[in-house]
Ligand binder design. Structure first.
Ligand SMILES: [Zn+2]
Length: 769
């Protein structure tokens, strides 16, 4: 496979509305991928429509993007981000709602009063930001506020008044609840029970606030643009109002409708106001039309509300699709069910009708996902010309999700051409091409192929890999040999077989080592057994009659990925001082494509060790310029010679080591080695250990102090390296420099000083992510 480099992007400055349900993608990725693959103003197709930002970015880059969307909420998000109302429309719409009357009161004041609480410090009545609940209880146990009068702020125990207020609203709950589901489905609808169930994820107070606002909508005097703006604000409140906000936050991106043990009830009026800033973020508009209206050559978005199946035939006749792009969908029962509910509240029952199936609470498993994806891929196969590229982003990757996507695509006749994986926290970047035959021969899955694919990835990597990486290496080889699914297999059966094949390939092969706290194969890291342990190899030194360097047996371990990344970044900065982070990634990723893509934490660890930042530009520290490091090395070896001689050793350089040996005048055959120094300007500890032939207990690896945190970072992410490092002592340059100044240095105090300079001291500077 011709692995493509990972395309770097930037995290959006603002998460945007409903961000916990929208795929977490980086910006700048799709606009970087497109130009080499499709000419501007050609048509693109997003068959999933899960990421409004992705579509918008492609349209802004000058492409005509046809999007199929069957979720009315996603459709609304897409239209809003393509063409947002002005800030003044948002403000005017909210003001109109706020000042409308509820009896003698303004509606805004009435709804805010539901959240009144008493400041614990100054005793005044203020608005709570939220109330905290325990699952199953009928009143909140705490409130969260910031007092505008005395600035008392934080979580406080609920008062009797808070409890009474919550119970009072609950007393009239039945009426609001039935109103709420009648906007979604008819009373006699067979799906009524599903709507009722979905509404149980709303407490009485937020449900009262939402239904009160929604029932008011039609009597407000709003322009269509302001009505759209108000709908957008209400949508934010609809999401803020359910019980899927765990406290403290552990699952920030819910997938299932489950009430957490403790959760947060937001002040919904405040959330409406917060919506103003959320939506105002979305920048200038692009042309947005509904199918079958056409788009100008300068680009835009054409929305088809419905299923790809129904569109495929028309597109094939009328529109040549140059490329397919999209965020590969993963099941989200919570978002899909709530979307049906919100669509009913905002736009009425007709809007829910085509999407009503989503209300039925069901278990969406990965086999279900593969079946649905396969149907989409099969329709795409029909409408696309041979060879059409499909760039897919797979967010929040996990092994089953990747298996599902690759199996679905392969079974529908799409050939996997590249897979770039950074970490399990970044979207996987996939490239397929529409293949030649839909009904092609499926091959038997071959365990040896999978084993060799994983083995060669680990050899290439030179360090352990996450299970996801090993799994991906296995999947790629199965995809290439069309062995992910046999024709007579169902998706669940095929996916189980694939998973078990990959896991057995790892577990039943003595060449692989599992680094994990758990038993399960699909956790932790997988690495390679080193075929001759280094300590055995070092033992050769003692048996040699002369002290010539013992040859280490060649084992099949490369320089580790992190060592190679370190070298590449330093080389790049030597040639390109004052580069910004994205330029560093742009240079790095093509050198380490596909499964080798280095994580950001690794890049930053190297940068923080070697470089300094001036604004956004990175350059090597003056002491890390190559010439400065050479001078320092000369100074330090001279010092080592002085100290060694003072302590009565015979000193000398041998290959890459500097040795202190006992005086050999008594005619012993083997010079008794006391210390072997190995000097590094880098943090290439793995290479140092492999190269130095002397016993670990007598070897001192000497590194600049600025490398200590990087060495610790490498040891922390690579348990194989950590195990090798345990036998060695790392010493910093500055300690040796200080020892020269000690007036009465003995062999004992030298040993004590060396022992007192542990690497762990630097750990506080480490960045962990
Ligand atoms: Zn106060």
């Amino acid at each position: 496979m011709d692995f493509q480099p990972y395309i770097p992007g930037l995290s959006p400055a603002e998460a945007g509305p409903l961000s916990r349900f929208i795929p977490p993608l980086e910006q700048g990725v799709i606009s970087a991928w497109l130009p080499p693959h499709a000419a501007t103003s050609t048509w693109l197709l997003d068959p999933f429509g899960f990421s409004p930002r992705l579509v918008l970015e492609a349209a802004r880059a000058g492409y005509r993007v046809l999007v199929t969307v069957n979720n009315p909420v996603t459709r609304f998000l897409l239209e809003m981000s393509a063409n947002p109302p002005s800030e003044s429309d948002f403000k005017a719409a909210l003001a109109e709602l706020e000042t409308s009357k509820k009896g003698d009161e303004r509606l805004g004041a009435h709804l805010q009063s539901l959240y009144l609480t008493t400041c614990e410090k100054c005793g005044r009545e203020i608005n709570a930001e939220s109330f905290l609940w325990r699952k199953g209880e009928d009143a909140p146990y705490a409130r969260v506020y910031t007092c505008p009068h005395c600035e008392d702020s934080g979580e406080r125990v609920a008062t009797q008044q808070d409890i009474d207020r919550a119970k009072k609203i609950a007393a009239t709950d039945g009426l609001h609840r039935s109103r709420a589901f009648e906007r979604v489905v008819k009373l006699d609808d067979e799906d009524r029970v599903y709507a009722e169930e979905a509404i149980t994820y709303y407490l009485p107070r937020p449900l009262y606030v939402l239904t009160t606002i929604i029932n008011r909508l039609d009597s407000l005097n709003l322009t269509p643009e302001r009505r759209r703006a108000l709908n957008a604000l209400i949508l934010v409140a609809c999401d803020a109002g359910n019980t899927l906000w765990d406290h403290p936050t552990q699952r920030p991106r819910p997938k299932q409708l489950n009430v957490p043990g403790q959760f947060r009830e937001h002040n919904l009026w405040s959330q409406l106001e917060r919506g103003l800033s959320l939506w105002a973020e979305t920048a200038s508009g692009v042309v947005c039309e509904a199918w079958p209206n056409k788009l100008p050559g300068s680009g835009g978005i054409c929305i088809y509300e419905g299923r790809l199946k129904d569109l495929a035939h028309e597109v094939k006749k009328e529109i040549p699709i140059a490329a397919v792009v999209g965020s590969v969908p993963r099941p989200n029962q919570a978002f899909w069910t709530l979307s049906a509910l919100w669509a009913g509240w905002l736009w009425g029952r007709e809007a829910v009708e085509p999407y009503k199936l989503a209300l039925r609470r069901r278990r969406y498993d990965w086999a279900w996902n593969a079946t649905a994806l396969n149907a989409a891929f099969a329709h795409l196969f029909d409408l696309l010309p041979l060879g059409t590229p499909f760039f897919g982003l797979l967010p929040e990757p996990e092994p089953s999700f990747l298996t599902s996507a690759l199996t679905a695509a392969s079974a529908a006749g799409f050939d996997l051409q590249s897979l770039a994986l950074r970490t399990e926290h970044d979207p996987i970047q996939l490239l397929w091409a529409r293949g030649e035959h839909l009904k092609r021969e499926a091959n038997e899955a071959n365990m040896d192929d999978v084993r060799e694919a994983i083995h060669s990835h680990l050899v290439e990597r030179g360090e352990p890999a996450s299970y996801l990486h090993a799994h991906a290496a296995g999947l790629i080889t199965l995809a290439e040999s069309h062995a992910l699914k046999q024709q007579d297999q169902e998706f669940d059966e095929a996916m189980r077989a694939t998973q078990s094949l990959i896991q057995r390939a790892l577990a039943e092969d003595a060449r692989f080592v599992h680094y994990s706290t758990g038993e399960s194969v699909d956790t932790g890291l997988w690495g390679l057994q080193e075929n001759v342990t280094l300590s055995e190899a070092k033992g050769l030194y003692h048996s040699e009659k002369d002290s010539s360097v013992a040859k280490l047996p060649q084992n099949d371990i490369n320089d580790s990925l992190s060592d190679r990344v370190e070298v590449a970044i330093v080389t790049f900065l030597q040639k390109n001082p004052n580069s910004i982070y994205l330029e560093i990634e742009d240079d790095l990723y093509p050198r380490f494509p596909g499964l080798l893509t280095p994580p950001k934490a690794m890049i930053y660890s190297v940068l923080l060790s070697y470089a300094e930042r001036d604004g956004a530009a990175w350059k090597l520290r003056p002491e890390d310029a190559a010439s400065a490091r050479r001078n320092e090395l000369n100074t330090i070896t001279a010092m080592i010679e002085i100290v060694g001689t003072r302590l009565g050793y015979v000193t000398g350089k041998r290959d890459k080591n500097y040795l202190w040996e006992e005086n050999n005048s008594k005619g012993r055959v083997t010079p008794p080695l006391r210390y072997a120094f190995y000097f590094l300007a880098s943090a290439l500890i793995g290479r140092a250990i492999a190269e130095t032939p002397y016993p670990p207990e007598q070897t001192l690896i000497v590194i600049p102090g600025g490398r200590a945190a990087l060495a610790a970072y490498k040891a922390q992410r690579d348990p194989a390296l950590a195990a090798r490092m345990k036998n060695y002592r790392l010493v910093k340059y500055r300690l040796l420099r200080a020892l020269v100044e000690v007036p009465v240095l003995t062999r004992e105090t030298f040993e004590e000083q060396i022992a007192s300079d542990p690497l762990e001291k630097s750990k506080s500077q480490m960045i962990m992510f």
